[in-house]
Design a protein around this ligand. Sequence first.
Ligand code: C2E
Ligand code: SIN
Ligand code: SIN
Ligand code: FE
Ligand code: FE
Length: 429
Amino acid sequence: MALLQKLIDINRGPSNYNMNPDYKNAEYLLKIITAIYNIKDLDTLLERILLEARGFVNADAGTIYLSARNHLYFNYVQNDTLFHSKREKDKYIYSQSRLQIDKNSLAGYVALTGQPLLIDDVYDIKSDVSYNFDPTFDKKTSYRTQSILVVPLVTRSGEGLGVLQLINAKDATGKVVPFSMIDNMYISQFAFYAANAIETAKLSRQMALRMIEIVELRDPGETSVHAKRVGAYAIELFEQYAKTHGIGSHEARTFKEQLRFAAILHDMGKVAISDIILKKKGALTPKETQHVHYHTIYGARLFKSHHSPWDKMATEVALNHHEKWDGTGYPGKIPDIYAKQLQFGPGKKGKEIPLSARIVTLSDVYDSLSSKRVYKEKWEERRVLQFIQEQSGKHFDPELVKIFFSIHDTITAIKQRYVDVEEFIIKSA
Ligand code: C2E
Ligand code: SIN
Ligand code: SIN
Ligand code: FE
Ligand code: FE
C-alpha cells in the first residue's frame, strides 16, 4: 500500500506531471483494482485486466502474455481499431502464438529484466538497445503500432507471470500520442495487483485441472485438455445465449465464472467408476452402462455437500449433463441423490434441464465425438456436425445448436488452441 499512498500524494501535489485529472487519478486506480479483485475465472480476469488498463491510459490496443517454460504465450489481445466484432477478437484469443523470453523482443525483454519499457515510436527505436519491434503483426493487418508501454506482471513473492502490453495511447481527439511516465507508474502499480489476482485465479484453475487429472487415471479420455475445451465451448455458447436473451453483463459474468469450473469438472463423478469399465475397448454390457451412468450422481454428491455458488452449478452440471432435450437421457428426476436404492428416470425434458447442463451437454458430446476414445476413433468434423444437426431437438437444445453453428469459427479456433498433444501448453497457462 505504500506505493499507492505515494501515488495519491503525487496526484495531489503540484501538477508538474501534466496529468489529466479526468482519468489519471488514484481513485480510479483503486476502482479498477477492486474491479479485478473479485474475478475468480482466469480468462475473465485477463480480459478485464486488459480492458481496465487500456481504459486507464486510453490505449487503442493491448496484449497480455503469460509466461511458461521460457516462452510468453499470447493470452489476451484487444484492439479497438482492428477488431470491431467479438468474432474477430476470438480468433486472436484462441490462436496459438508464443515468443521466446529473451532480450530481443519488447515483451521478452520486459519479462526477462522485470523492467518496464516505454517507447514513443516503435519504428524509431535507438540502435544501442537489444530489443527490436517485430512488425509482422502490423504488416499482416496494416495496423500501425506507434507508442507502447510494456510492464511486467510480477507477484508479491517476486514471481514473473508475464507481461501487460499497451499500444497506441490516444489523446482526447483520438490522435496517437506517447505514453507518459505517469502512465507507466500507474500501470506498473496496477500490474502488481493484477499479477496477484492472476496468481490466485491460476491456482483455482490448476486445482480444477488437477482434479481432472485424477479422473484421467480412470478414464484416459478425460484429459485436462478435454476439460479446457469443454469449458471454453461452454463459455462461448453462453455468451451468445446471454446476448440474445438480454442477460445483463454482471449476471452474465458471474454465470460464466461458475460455468467454466462446472464445465471443467462435469465428469468428476467418473473417479468413482471402475477403470476396468472406463478403459474397456469395446462396447459396454447393459450392466456396465448402468454403472457408468452413476457418474452423474457421484459427481453431484461430490459438489452438493459444499455450498458456494460454484458448487451449486457444478452439482447441476454433473447431475444433468447426460439428460437429453427430448427426455430420453439419464439419470432423470431423482428425489434424493443420497438414497441407497436409486431409481433412474424418467428423463428430464427441455427446459427442466438447467441451462448450464444443456450447454455442457452439447460441448461435451461435440468434444467427445471429435476426440479419440479407447472405445472409438475420432470422428471427422463433417460427421460430427451432421450428428449435432440431426440431434437438434432430440439430444440437444435446438436453440443452442443454432448458436453452436453461428459461432463455429470460434469453436474451431478453440479446438486448435487446446490440442491434445501439446502437453506443455496445457500444463502451463
Ligand atoms: P465420454 O466418452 O466422455 O462420452 C460422452 C458422451 O459423448 C456420451 O455419453 C455420448 O453422448 C457421446 N458420445 C461419445 N462417443 C460417442 C459415439 O461414438 N457415438 C455417439 N452417438 N455418441 C457418443 P454416454 O453415451 O452417456 O457415455 C458416457 C460415458 O460412458 C462416456 O463418456 C464413456 O466414458 C462411457 N462409455 C460410453 N460408451 C462406451 C463404450 O462403448 N465403451 C467404453 N469403454 N466406455 C463407454
Ligand atoms: C471470453 O469470452 O473468452 C472471456 C470471458 C471468459 O472467458 O469467461
Ligand atoms: C486462456 O488463454 O485461454 C487461458 C489460459 C489457459 O487456461 O490455457
Ligand atoms: Fe459424463
Ligand atoms: Fe466428458
